[in-house]
Design a protein around this ligand. Structure first.
Ligand code: ZN
Length: 138
């Protein structure tokens, strides 16, 4: 059973902000950080990793998801916080929404933040309705 503190999005904000500092963004100059929480309370963070080929670039959200999966993700992602330096924070791109749909639920909370804090919250169902998920392939 998760307690109230374990649902605190500020923990994710702090972890996302830490990860943002590690972003490799020499081309866009936009450093992004993300931190997610799994159903069993583990937290994984990521930053955007750009590439000179551009197509090899991976967003912060997907880096965090891939880290979680590669380290044995159990159960769905319950929350994710994404931080950018824009006053009006950037939401996850379409690729990231699709990847989140694979490992999250429609109730997964997505917090958008700028350096001062979280400014918006959506569920994955709100940001990515009628998504194509593993259930379609059963
Ligand atoms: Zn993305």
């Amino acid at each position: 059973m998760r307690n109230r503190k374990s649902l605190d999005p500020d923990v994710l904000f702090r972890e996302a902000k830490k990860a943002q500092k590690n972003a490799h963004a020499p081309y866009s100059k936009h450093k992004i950080g993300a931190a997610l929480r799994t159903a069993n309370g583990r937290i994984f963070s990521g930053c955007n990793v750009e590439n000179a080929s551009y197509g090899g670039t991976v967003c912060a959200e997907r880096v965090a998801v891939f880290k979680a999966v590669s380290e044995g993700l159990k159960g769905p992602i319950t929350d994710i916080c994404v931080i950018s330096s824009q006053k009006d924070p950037w939401p996850p791109c379409g690729f990231c929404r699709q990847v989140l749909a694979e490992f999250a639920t429609e109730n997964t909370r997505i917090f958008l933040a700028n350096p001062r804090g979280i400014t918006k919250m959506f569920t994955l169902g709100e940001l990515f309705p009628e998504s194509f998920t593993p259930t379609h392939l059963k």
